[in-house]
Design a protein. Structure first.
Length: 307
């Protein structure tokens, strides 16, 4: 897409930010950029406090103030845009997202996202009801009406929508079926401030796993995974916690902690596919089952159709 149009980031100063300087605030809370980079942005007039331009890095903030950072246009990383529509009606849109395409803006991505793709194709873009990691391919469910968004969001919260995934996991010695219940919570990260990983102090999570094919490639097995819960990066964390990280995952190590402190959740290389979605249509009350053909490496040779 080339250079985008830039973006405006807005946030409210929390109680914990009361009394600290604006430079310290941005440096400690948005560690993806260095202190010198934040200093340059403030002094260049890119940051406003309560709509007032601020160029003094040493002003003290007060809780409740609104901070606005006007990020200038930038060139985004290239992404695949081969998005397929699996189903669409007046209430719903269901897409097949390719691996490598982020769903929402974040980091270096703005227009090179599913959000950006939707803005090009719809005057009123549908709303994504769940997320898929940048490196995860497969089914993404979106709502086109307030009614659909409300009902399906409720069904997600109540665990009434069944999501079935295909995953390539390291190792071949896992049981034929196993369930992972490792809790997931925020952990410290040097660049992002925090991300999600295995933590006994976190929120409960459940993943049911079934081996479909051992030695799908040497040293890795093809798994089917269902997740009654939907914690961030749950399958990646849970398979790592079980001793079988996703093949090629640069972020999570055996045990469910971080493999590399410099890796980011959006880094690709792993193999995970949202294969099937089972839900009750919010308007018709009829059960729908949507399938997204998996990539070759995540195909079960015995049961899947090969194109």
């Amino acid at each position: 897409m080339g250079v985008n149009q830039g973006w405006v980031y807005q946030e409210q100063v929390a109680w914990s930010g009361n009394g600290i300087t604006i430079l310290d605030y941005y440096t400690t809370r948005h560690r993806h950029s260095s202190r010198e980079e934040w200093r340059d942005r403030i002094q260049s007039g890119l940051i406003f406090v309560n709509a007032n331009l601020i160029t003094d890095c040493n002003i003290s903030l007060t809780s409740g103030q609104i901070l606005t950072y006007h990020r200038p246009p930038w060139s985004e990383p290239d992404v695949p845009f081969d998005v397929d529509v699996l189903y669409e009606d007046q209430d719903l849109l269901i897409l097949h997202k390719p691996s490598g395409l982020p769903v929402l803006p974040g980091g270096g991505f703005l227009e090179n996202t599913v959000w950006g793709w939707l803005r090009q194709h719809y005057s009123t873009p549908p709303t994504a009801l769940h997320r898929l990691g940048r490196g995860t391919s497969g089914i993404l469910l979106l709502a086109k009406t307030d009614m659909a968004r409300s009902k399906l969001s409720h069904d997600f919260r109540k665990g009434q929508i069944c999501k079935l995934y295909r995953a390539l996991a390291t190792g071949n010695e896992m049981p034929d079926r196993f369930t992972v219940t490792q809790a997931i919570d925020k952990v410290s990260h040097p660049t992002l401030g925090y991300l999600y990983a295995a933590s006994d102090l976190g929120k409960s999570a459940i993943s049911h796993c079934r081996v479909m094919q051992r030695d799908r490639i040497p040293g890795a097995s093809l798994l089917e995974v269902t997740i009654p819960t939907g914690r961030p990066h749950q399958i990646r964390i849970h398979l790592a916690a079980a001793g079988h990280p996703l093949w090629g995952d640069p972020l999570y190590a055996v045990g469910g902690g971080l493999l590399d402190q410099n890796a980011l959740p959006g880094d690709c290389g792993y193999f995970l596919h949202a294969y099937q979605l089972r839900f009750i249509h919010p308007a018709t009350a009829i059960e729908r089952v949507i399938v997204a053909q998996p990539p070759a490496l995540l195909t079960d040779r015995k049961s899947d159709r090969l194109d």
